[in-house]
Ligand binder design. Structure first.
Ligand code: HEM
Length: 467
C-alpha cells in the first residue's frame, strides 16, 4: 500500500531529469518561474512528495479547488499551528515573551486570527464586519487618490531621473492605505518607511517566511496597533479603524488588531507590487508607451480615458499577479481531475501560473501555444479573460480590496502616461527582487525622462474621473 499518490512522470529539463518541487517554485527568481509553471501545467495537479503538497498552476484545477467547500484556508487543527484562541479583554494583551519560540508562537496566534486563514462562521462574521465598510470607504478614496498622484508627480516631474518604488508606488499606495485606515493624510517619510517595513514583515510571516527581523517588526506593529486602537476608542474619527473599533461583533481586541494589521499589509504590499511591475512591463516597449499615450490623448474626456485604461489595468494585473499563490487544505478525501487528494493534505494554487496560461492563450494542458500571444496590444477592444489575480469570485476569500487596488492602479497609470511622454527604464546592472517568494517585487526601479515643455495634457486630468 502506498502512503502517497503516485508521482507524476519525471520530466526532461535540458539534459537533466528533474522533478518539479515546491521549493523550486518558492525559491526561483521571478523570470525563471514561468517555464516552471508551464511544465507544471502539463501535469495538471501534481503531488510533491518532499513537501507533501499538491501543486496546481492550471485554471480548471485552481477554480475547482477554490470553489470547493471541502478545501479550507485555515490549517486543520493538530497540524502544527495553534488554533485561534479567544484573546484578551479590551485594552489588555499579554507580552509576547522573550524567547524566540515564545515570539514565534505569539505571531502564529496573531496570524491565526486573520480573516484570510479562517473559515466557516468565524470567516463570515469577520467578512460581515470588514467588507462592507472597506468597500464603501475604498470607493470614497477616489478624489484623494487623484490628488495624491498629482502631488507626487508634481514633485518629480522636473527631475530627469526618479525612482518608481520610493517616489511613486510606496507613497501613493501605502500613503492611501494609512489614510484609509488611520485617517492620517500626510505621513512623514520615516513613518511611511516604518509602516512599509512592518507590512513587508507581516506579509512575509503570513507566507511562512520567518526571520528574526520580520518577527521583531511584526511584534512592534502589533504593539503599535494596540496603542492606536486605544486612541481611536478615546477619540474616534471617520477613519476605517475608528469605524471598526465601534463594531461590537469583534471577539476581542487581538482579533481586531490582527485584522487591521492584515488590511494594511495585504492592501499595500500587493498594490505597490502591481504598480511597480506594471510600469516595468509597459516601459520595456517604448512603442507601446507612445501608442498608449496617443490613444489616451485622443480621448474626449477623463471618463473616456478611464474606460480605455480599464482593460489595460486588467491585462497588467493578469500579467503581474502580485500574490503568486494561495494555499488550501483538504478537509476530506476527494478526487479532483482524477487525482486523489487526501484529508489533511495541502494544495498550492499558483495564481500566477494560471494567469500565465491566460496570457499565452493556452488551451488546458497545451504547452504549444504561440509564445507571442502575450505581445498582443493591451488596448485591443474586447472583454479581457477573467484572471485570478484577486482569487476566484466563487471562493469565500475573494479579495475585498480589488476595487481599491484597481482605482490606485488606474489613476497612477493614467497620470504617469499623460505626464511623461518619453519615460524610460534607467539602465541598471541587475534588477533586485524582494525576498518574499509569494509577494516579492522589484525593490528599486529607476526611470529617466527628458522634461518637455507643454507635454503634460493637463486638460485631460483636470476633470474628476468617474469609472
Ligand atoms: C493588486 C492588489 C491586490 C491583490 C493582487 C490581492 C490579492 C488577494 C488574493 C489573491 C486574496 C485571496 C486569498 C485567498 O483566496 O486565500 C486576497 C484576499 C484579501 N485581500 Fe487582497 N489583494 C490586493 C489588494 C488588496 C487591498 C487594497 C486590500 C485592502 C484594502 C486587500 C485586502 C484583502 C483582504 C482583507 C483579504 C482576505 C479576504 C478573505 O479572506 O475573505 N487586498 N487578496
Amino acid at each position: 500500500m502506498t502512503l502517497y499518490p503516485t508521482l507524476a512522470p519525471r520530466t526532461l529539463d535540458g539534459n537533466a531529469e528533474q522533478e518539479l518541487r515546491l521549493l523550486d517554485f518558492k525559491y526561483a527568481q521571478p523570470p525563471a518561474l514561468l517555464p516552471l509553471y508551464r511544465r507544471l501545467r502539463q501535469h495538471g495537479l501534481l503531488y510533491d512528495e518532499r513537501s507533501r503538497s499538491w501543486l496546481c498552476a492550471h485554471m480548471s484545477g485552481l477554480l475547482s479547488i477554490l470553489s470547493d467547500g471541502r478545501f479550507v484556508s485555515g490549517r486543520p487543527a493538530g497540524s502544527g499551528t495553534p488554533p485561534p484562541t479567544p484573546g484578551n479583554v479590551r485594552g489588555t494583551h499579554p507580552a509576547p515573551g522573550s524567547t524566540l519560540r515564545d515570539r514565534k508562537a505569539s505571531i502564529a496566534r496573531l496570524l491565526g486570527r486573520q480573516l484570510l486563514v479562517n473559515d466557516g462562521t468565524v470567516h463570515t462574521r469577520l467578512q460581515g464586519i470588514m467588507n462592507p465598510v472597506l468597500r464603501q470607504m475604498g470607493h470614497d478614496m477616489r478624489a484623494s487618490i487623484e490628488q495624491r498622484v498629482e502631488a507626487l508627480l508634481d514633485a518629480i516631474e522636473s527631475a530627469g531621473r526618479w525612482e518608481v518604488v520610493q517616489d511613486l508606488a510606496l507613497p501613493l499606495v501605502l500613503g492611501s492605505m494609512v489614510q484609509l485606515l488611520l485617517g492620517v493624510k500626510d505621513l512623514a517619510l520615516d513613518s511611511l518607511q516604518q509602516f512599509n517595513a512592518w507590512s513587508q514583515a507581516l506579509a512575509s510571516v503570513t507566507s511562512g517566511f520567518f526571520s528574526l527581523e520580520s518577527m521583531q517588526y511584526v511584534l512592534a506593529m502589533q504593539e503599535t496597533f494596540h496603542v492606536l486602537l486605544a486612541h481611536k476608542r478615546e477619540a474616534p474619527s471617520s477613519d476605517l479603524l475608528s469605524v471598526l473599533v465601534a463594531d461590537p461583533r469583534w471577539q476581542d481586541d487581538d482579533e481586531l488588531v490582527a485584522n487591521a494589521m492584515m488590511l494594511l499589509a495585504a492592501g499595500s504590499v500587493t498594490t505597490t507590487k502591481a504598480l511597480i511591475q506594471s510600469l516595468w512591463l509597459l516601459l520595456q516597449d517604448a512603442h507601446a508607451w507612445a501608442h498608449l499615450r496617443t490613444e489616451l490623448l485622443a480621448c474626449t474626456d477623463a471618463r473616456a480615458q478611464v474606460q480605455l485604461l480599464k482593460p489595460l489595468v486588467e491585462w497588467l494585473l493578469c500579467r503581474v499577479t502580485p500574490t503568486r499563490y494561495v494555499v488550501r487544505w483538504a478537509t476530506q478525501d476527494s478526487t479532483i481531475e482524477g487525482k486523489r487528494i487526501q484529508a489533511g493534505q495541502q494544495v498550492y494554487l499558483f495564481l500566477e501560473g494560471a494567469n500565465d496560461a491566460l496570457v499565452r492563450q493556452e488551451t488546458p494542458f497545451d504547452d504549444a501555444a504561440p509564445a507571442a500571444a502575450h505581445e498582443q496590444c493591451p488596448l485591443l477592444p474586447g472583454k479581457p479573460a477573467p484572471h485570478v489575480t484577486f482569487g476566484s469570485s466563487r471562493s469565500p476569500h475573494y479579495c475585498p480590496g480589488a476595487p481599491l487596488a484597481r482605482l490606485l492602479l488606474l489613476h497612477a497609470l493614467q497620470a504617469v502616461l499623460l505626464r511623461f511622454p518619453s519615460l524610460q527604464l534607467a539602465p541598471v546592472p541587475v534588477h533586485p527582487w524582494g525576498k518574499n517568494a509569494n509577494l516579492g517585487a522589484l525593490v528599486a526601479l529607476p526611470v529617466i525622462h527628458i522634461p518637455e515643455r507643454g507635454a503634460y495634457a493637463s486638460s485631460s486630468t483636470d476633470q474628476s474621473i468617474a469609472s
